[in-house]
Design a protein. Sequence first.
Length: 170
Amino acid sequence: MSIPYSPLPLRASHSGLQRRHLLAGLPALAAVLAAPRLARAAPATPIEIWKDPSCGCCHDWITHMEANGFRFTVHDTGNNAVRARLGLPQKLGSCHTALVGGYLIEGHVPAADVRALLQQKPKALGLAVPGMPVGSPGMDGPAYGNRRDPYDVLLVARDGSTRVFKSYRT
């Protein structure tokens, strides 16, 4: 006579019904324990952007940012008026202007630098990549022959002065 396998020690004090309930729950418990732990995704960071409705590189920058956890509100009205209203000097301008966490983001700033800005929380107007350097996010990829020109991400002080936040060199 063989004794059936039971993963739990069966005690004389357990009734047959209690044992069945204990054993019935084991497959579900095993599945939960064996499943890979899913990291809870952080909520997307809201960002607002002003751009020209027909600008393809702005769309590509948005795609880069969304892939890095940002969620957009888009204004296809151009960015000259908002840039002036926010106090960014014209010489630092690019094709789009964004606001995130109280900071201005001008041009093709990499998502990692925006994240660093939001973590560091400097007293500043924001970050800018003046012009449209080839190789920056949104200005990269096959359409540009995978070329990478050097460029700087500038930290813009409230008085309009700048310092290099991060340099990108090939």
